[in-house]
Structure formats: structure tokens, C-alpha cells
Write a protein that binds this ligand. Sequence first.
Ligand code: SF4
Length: 97
Amino acid sequence: MGKTREQLNTLPMLLKDKKSKKGGDTMGSTTVKVKLPEKVSMAKAVREYCLQCGGGQPVEVRDCRVTDCPLFAYRFGRNPKASITYLKQYYNVEIIQ
Ligand code: SF4
């Protein structure tokens, strides 16, 4: 893991900036970098992010304790209900609120 809550919130804060209706920055000279993904779903992108957060170790992502992280429910690269179904094949699953 190793990222602070503040660091994890950086990207969502940028995405939440809706001052411009076209999604751009209101500062005319500011450049925003955009990269087109190659068939990567949002869920898989979250998984990749979580793996980076966990130092590339899937076990670190599985055992993540940052339950208030906005990505927590999606860290397995599937929607949360699909994750529960999948995980129940291998683990005792405790559903938290
Ligand atoms: S849910 Fe993912 S991004 Fe959030 S702290 Fe856990 S491993 Fe890191």
C-alpha cells in the first residue's frame, strides 16, 4: 500500500473539477495529458492501480485494510458482487458496511 488518503484523492479531485462544461481547465494555457486506453476496462484499471499501490503484490491488494479508500470495493478488478462470488470459491468472505 503506502499511499496516503490525500494522494489517493488527487485524481478524483481533478476529475471532479467541473468548472468548465467541456471538461477542460478554465486556465487557457494549461495542458492536460490524456491517454487512450487499449481495451482496458475501468475495473481492470482499478486493479492495476491497486497493484501499484500494493507494490505489485496481489496479496497486498487482497489484504488491503484501507476500507475507506474509494477503490476498496473494486480492488479485485471486478464489480463488487462478482468479486464476492469469485472470492467465496477460495476464502471465507466477510461483508463489511
Ligand atoms: S483499495 Fe487499492 S488503491 Fe485503495 S488502498 Fe487498497 S490497494 Fe491501495
